[in-house]
Design a protein around this ligand. Structure first.
Ligand SMILES: C[S@@+](CC[C@H](N)C(=O)[O-])C[C@H]1O[C@@H](n2cnc3c(N)ncnc32)[C@H](O)[C@@H]1O
Length: 239
């Protein structure tokens, strides 16, 4: 009998944003996998669940490199996927922890696809998590969308014209993964004349949290932390 796979969203940082369902499932699984940095093995997702994991539950950190190199990514997905598949073949119910929500810009998506291919019929249950942009909006007190407005959530990792395109069709835009192309993102905002209409949020719910609306300060900032995003509201920020 194959075990079941649970993709668990643990929210973006504040442990109080874990859902009751995530906490319940964590108490029921027999093995936990958590994505970690390939540089130092640190897993934010693991640290968020903290004491909700019953003592003695085995936890494996799975390193995923932050790269666009398709071969390196493929190698990491394959190796990590094998570890999860092994546990499932042993009949263990396993949880894969992801920051925020498992189906929003998450490694879990690739892992889930690969596992389903290798183990057709495996039962996959996704426990949604509070996304980083929901928590950031709450922390900045900025509505994400209202009335008939549209919202676009996009990755800033590859930069350039995507913001322009997004602003054509949406009153509200969230740019995730702002860290690599921050100067380009700021340049796009300036080009569109939206300097007064953007709010940057970094490390929401974590030590070193930043909420910054002052565009000049943003322009002076060093490369932001990986856990950073930008909310842009064409119709203006809250007072
Ligand atoms: C790989 S994506 C993960 C998204 C996640 N699955 C979600 O639902 O929010 C990583 C990006 O999420 C955003 N992010 C995650 N946690 C964050 C936090 N605590 N504060 C600000 N941004 C965060 C950043 O834009 C970061 O580059």
């Amino acid at each position: 009998m194959l075990g079941k796979l649970f993709g668990i969203g643990v929210g973006p940082g504040d442990p109080e944003l874990l859902t009751l369902k995530a906490v319940r499932v964590l108490k029921e699984v027999s093995h936990v996998f958590a994505a970690s940095s390939s540089k130092n093995d640190y897993s934010l997702a693991r640290s968020i669940v903290g004491e909700h994991l019953p003592p003695g539950t085995p936890v494996d950190h799975l390193a995923f490199p932050m790269t666009f190199n398709p071969e390196r990514l493929e190698d990491a997905w394959r190796d990590n996927c094998e570890k999860v598949v092994d546990a499932l073949r042993q009949g263990k119910n396993v949880a894969f922890l992801t920051i925020g929500d498992p189906l929003t810009f998450s490694t879990f998506i690739y892992i889930m696809r690969k596992i389903k291919k290798q183990l057709p019929g495996v039962v996959v249950t996704v426990v949604p998590g509070i996304t980083s942009y929901q928590a950031a909006a709450a922390c900045a007190n900025e509505p994400l969308a209202e009335g008939e407005e549209a919202i676009t959530i996009l990755s800033g990792a590859k930069g350039r014209d995507r913001l322009k395109d997004a602003m054509e069709i949406s009153e509200n835009v969230v740019i995730m993964k702002t860290y690599r192309r921050f100067p380009e993102i700021l340049a796009q905002i300036k080009e569109k004349g939206l300097e007064e209409r953007c709010c940057f949020v970094s490390r929401c719910g974590l030590e070193g949290e930043i909420v910054e609306r002052d565009f000049e300060k943003l322009a002076d900032m060093e490369q932001p932390h990986y856990l950073s995003l930008m909310i842009i509201k064409k119709n203006g920020l809250e007072d």
